[in-house]
Write a protein that binds this ligand. Sequence first.
Ligand SMILES: C[S@@+](CC[C@H](N)C(=O)[O-])C[C@H]1O[C@@H](n2cnc3c(N)ncnc32)[C@H](O)[C@@H]1O
Length: 244
Amino acid sequence: MGARSCIGMFDSIACEYDGLNRIVSLGLDRSWRRRTARALLRDDGGASADPGLHDRHARVLDLATGTGDLAVAIASEHLEARIWALDASERMLDLARRKIARLGLDQRVGFILGDACALPFPELYFDAAATAFGLRNFEDRPRALAEIARVLRPGGTVAILEATEPEGRVIGALARLYIHRVLPLIGAIAGHASAYRYLEHSIARFPRPARVLETMGEAGFDRLSCSPLLHGAATLFVGRRGER
Ligand SMILES: C[S@@+](CC[C@H](N)C(=O)[O-])C[C@H]1O[C@@H](n2cnc3c(N)ncnc32)[C@H](O)[C@@H]1O
């Protein structure tokens, strides 16, 4: 699927996105996003955690914000941070804007319609960056990671949450059954069969965690780690923007 049809697909499922997300993640997506938001302070296990996000001027990028749930999690975990929420889908952004206003967070979260592969920000603009279920959808992932590295200050943390395919024999087989049989069924029942076929294929095609870490390293991140969530049904990748 090309970049334009991918965004068109997200436009078309925007209204049902949150509800379906809860169902397909078995209700775990919110706690995974909170964990992603907390990881923005992670550096080496806490001993020298980056203090940047306690600064009231700390700037955090939420890339591919969708309906804004990660921006909400970041705002709740980092009370002083200001968040820039970017997405390429107008309808997703519109829902995010309304959600953020309803929660009274509109003074802290700004919205930008834009492309992850050509970020409209100057170099070193952000103290931290995160994306939840975004990376898998970017047409040029190395380019998007290089863009994140460009706009992050040295020492800034990136946290990337993504749906992945578990590798173990038994768990892996169960997960594949879920991804290739249950997800398409949920999509068909919800009236979004092609969007959920896309979800199924994009998870199956997403690179193994070790390869994702390699690509992050090539983009300029160091102190890399990955944590499997629910036996690897999702993975949280964390890195620090190295010095150039
Ligand atoms: C699966 S949703 C994730 C939304 C949200 N981050 C969440 O936690 O649920 C993927 C989002 O990526 C956005 N997206 C896809 N390609 C993009 C691109 N090149 N630049 C910016 N956003 C993009 C889509 O519009 C969609 O809102």
